[in-house]
Design a protein around this ligand. Structure first.
Ligand code: SOE
Length: 393
């Protein structure tokens, strides 16, 4: 069996989540190729060596360019902030490495276009590129997409998508990289709005073709970061400007004509990581909520009136996507399982020489929607076309 040796660049929150995926997937799934956690890369030699030890990477290194040039590396997994995605991904693809890149694909449409072009060129030589919209791989979300494709909700008439967090409510929370335009590209919009745009396109099989939006920075100055801890960290006594949005509200028009309401915010007091999506159609409706991620709510309008009502589907049957590799029915899965499923799909695409999804073209399509929201917001919320490419689902 082929062995795919992985190099991961970066070692923050997403580094730990991806490491769990690389460790668990080969143990729980019968993968068509071996995946080996070869080397983890970061700028701070001591910290990255500790991360290698904690998460089980064979080696650590400090220079990503040297690692990408190594002939014994097959896959480059990028979990750095958005400002380095384009440079690392393009270099890796040009060096013939398969690439998995965290979302959002890039910080700008121009970078995302260059990445999608590099991926298309690399694909001619069998090299694969995937973007890490990992929530697609929550079994209930994949199941929702399959049910909609089967027609259980009929024609999609409206979608409601929200991603609400509250980790910035404290105005003394420090200025981390996620709050600076030069490192993150945008704020709640790109960080979590990107997830609900991708999820909407994924589950409906349609593109978000135009948007009208508003973005807002609620706390405009914050203490400069001392030491990073989790999403936040310690504060110093100096203050600096927040240069990204804290909240984004926008309406989208799907290629099939339906309206979507989107909300992405880090100021939803009490909401820790509340991603929800509800798709309403002329035959029924489906709703997913990350705070109850093993379930799907299904309303069937074709049932007799006296039996209609939302029913809860427990998405833990072996017949549900990804589930058979895990536990018997009813033994719940969590946030981290999506990262294993991402590895399963990437390794399968490489072994079978198939295009992985979400592709860099899918990532570019989300980036164009993010950009259209910002353009709309700076133009009195005027309807703005995103010129999204058709996502392959
Ligand atoms: C922070 O908002 C964050 O970690 C995002 O960056 C992730 O993409 C999301 O999965 C959870 O929240």
């Amino acid at each position: 069996m082929t062995t795919l040796r992985v190099a991961m660049i970066g070692y923050g929150f997403m580094g730990s989540a991806h490491s769990v995926g690389w460790r668990q997937a080969p143990r729980m799934f019968a993968l068509p190729a071996e995946a080996e956690m070869a080397v983890i890369v970061g700028r701070n030699a001591d910290a990255v060596a500790e991360a290698a030890h904690t998460w089980g990477w064979a080696e650590s290194a400090t220079d990503w360019r040297e690692v990408i040039a190594r002939p014994d590396i097959d896959i480059v997994d990028i979990v750095t902030p958005g400002d380095s995605h384009a440079e690392i991904a393009i270099a890796a693809l040009e060096a013939g490495k398969h690439v998995l890149c965290e979302k959002p694909l890039a910080n700008t449409v121009e970078e995302a276009e260059a990445m999608a072009d590099a991926a298309a060129r690399a694909a001619e030589n069998g090299v694969k590129a995937m973007v890490g919209f990992t929530y697609r791989r929550v079994p209930a979300v994949t199941h929702m997409r399959n049910l909609i494709a089967e027609g259980v909700v009929g024609t999609v008439q409206q979608v409601r998508a929200a991603y609400r967090q509250d980790w910035l409510v404290d105005p003394e929370g420090p200025l981390t990289w996620r709050l600076k335009k030069e490192t993150a590209g945008s704020g709640a919009l790109g960080d979590i709005g990107a997830h609900i745009i991708d999820m909407t396109q994924f589950v409906t099989g349609q593109t978000v073709d135009a948007v009208s939006g508003t973005i807002e920075t609620i706390v405009t100055r914050r203490p400069i970061l001392g030491e990073r801890v989790g999403l936040l960290g310690t504060a110093t006594s100096e203050y600096g400007d927040v240069t990204v949005d804290d909240a984004a509200l926008f309406t989208g028009r799907l290629s099939g004509g339906a309206l979507v309401s989107f909300e992405a915010t880090r100021f939803a007091t009490g909401r820790k990581n509340a991603l929800s999506i509800e798709v309403s159609g002329d035959r029924g409706a489906l709703r997913f909520d990350l705070e109850d991620l093993n379930t799907l709510q299904f309303y069937d309008r074709t049932e007799p009136g006296d039996r209609q009502g939302f029913t809860k589907i427990l998405v833990t049957e072996a017949s549900h996507p990804y589930v058979s590799a895990w536990w018997p029915a009813g033994h719940m899965l969590g946030y981290e399982h999506g990262f294993s499923h991402q590895v399963v799909d990437l390794v399968a695409a490489i072994a079978e020489d198939a295009e992985p999804h979400p592709s860099f073209a899918d990532g570019l399509s989300v980036q164009r929607v993010l950009d259209a929201v910002e353009r709309s917001a700076s133009n009195d919320s005027a309807w703005t076309r995103s010129a999204a490419v058709v996502p392959a689902v």
